[in-house]
Design a protein around this ligand. Structure first.
Ligand code: RIB
Length: 292
């Protein structure tokens, strides 16, 4: 049976809860500290596993305690790790997250994630096992471009979650099947001189823009379709985008039409923000059905 393959970043999230975000040069007293598994790639893989699909995480951890804890977490969550590498002498990636004033701010230190790359023939067996590939931008851009190019040549769909945002080459955009920025990332990737609607229409059935509590939008070739967000209690929005991408891949591999796949992804993302931590609130299939 083919799998959903996530090629990307793996981190330990070091989360501080605080009433207020400190300004430059300022110190504030925080309320709580948590160490939880994260990294956009790892989060997407866990989101897929929670929803009951077969998934493999391809990436790198360091030879430290965080790397071991992350391997254990993948095992508990049912994420396959055949191609997960441990980089000797390197640290596992970390994300330093402040939760304050109803939103997060994140500084990522890539560490082992900088080593995600493929020797000449290493990608072929992974592609052969993959029904769809999920990519993000916390690993070297050359790796993202290589995977997208080879997957495109092999006819395997690719979802690129372009976060954190940066400029993308026209070839990379051409090689991905679905591009899923949030509204801020969309502006950073394409520029602010045109409205989002312009870019949606430029990339029909490809560009899917997530807009938080306003839902998600795409252009179906005839009109711009808005899929509203579900009503939910917000505890922590970290990982909502990752849940969206994982769930999108699940629904697409189940053969759901794009509009329904986005509805499914939107719902999963909405449910995911009810608990603390990027992976803490990711829904299981049963929870998706219960709360429907
Ligand atoms: O998308 C959320 C993730 O971004 C966090 O888990 C953190 O690791 C950062 O990479």
């Amino acid at each position: 049976m083919k799998q959903i393959s996530v090629i990307g970043s793996i981190s330990m999230d070091l989360v501080v809860e605080s009433k207020r975000r400190p300004g430059a040069g300022e110190t504030v007293i925080g309320d709580a500290f948590h160490t939880v598994p994260g990294g956009k790639g790892a989060n997407q893989a866990v989101a897929v596993a929670r929803l009951g699909s077969t998934v493999e995480m391809i990436g790198c951890v360091g030879s430290d305690a965080n790397g071991e804890a992350i391997r254990e977490n993948f095992q508990t969550q049912g994420v396959q790790t055949t191609h997960l590498q441990t980089i000797e002498g390197e640290r596992t990636g970390t994300a330093h997250i402040t939760l304050a004033e109803g939103d997060n701010s994140i500084v990522v230190v890539q560490s082992a994630n900088q080593h995600v790359q493929f020797a000449d023939d290493a990608l072929a067996p992974i592609l052969a096992d993959s029904e769809i590939i999920l990519l993000q931008l916390e690993i070297p851009i050359e790796t993202v471009e290589t995977v997208a190019r080879e997957a495109h040549a092999a006819g395997i769909p690719v979802v690129l979650n372009p976060a954190p945002a940066r400029s993308l080459s026209p070839e990379l955009i051409e090689h991905v099947t679905y591009l899923t920025p949030n509204e801020h990332e969309c502006g950073l990737i394409f520029g602010q001189d045109q409205p989002i609607e312009h870019w949606l229409m430029e990339y029909p059935n490809k560009l899917i823009v997530t807009e938080g509590s306003r839902g998600a939008r795409f252009y179906d070739g005839e009109s711009i379709v808005t899929i509203p967000a579900i009503e939910t209690t917000v505890v922590d929005t970290t990982g909502a985008g990752d849940t969206f991408n994982g769930a999108l891949a699940v629904a697409l591999t189940e053969g759901q039409p794009l509009v329904e796949a986005i509805r499914f992804a939107n719902r999963a993302a909405g449910l995911s923000i009810r608990a603390l931590g990027a992976q803490g609130g990711m829904p299981t299939r049963e929870q998706m059905e219960e709360d429907a």
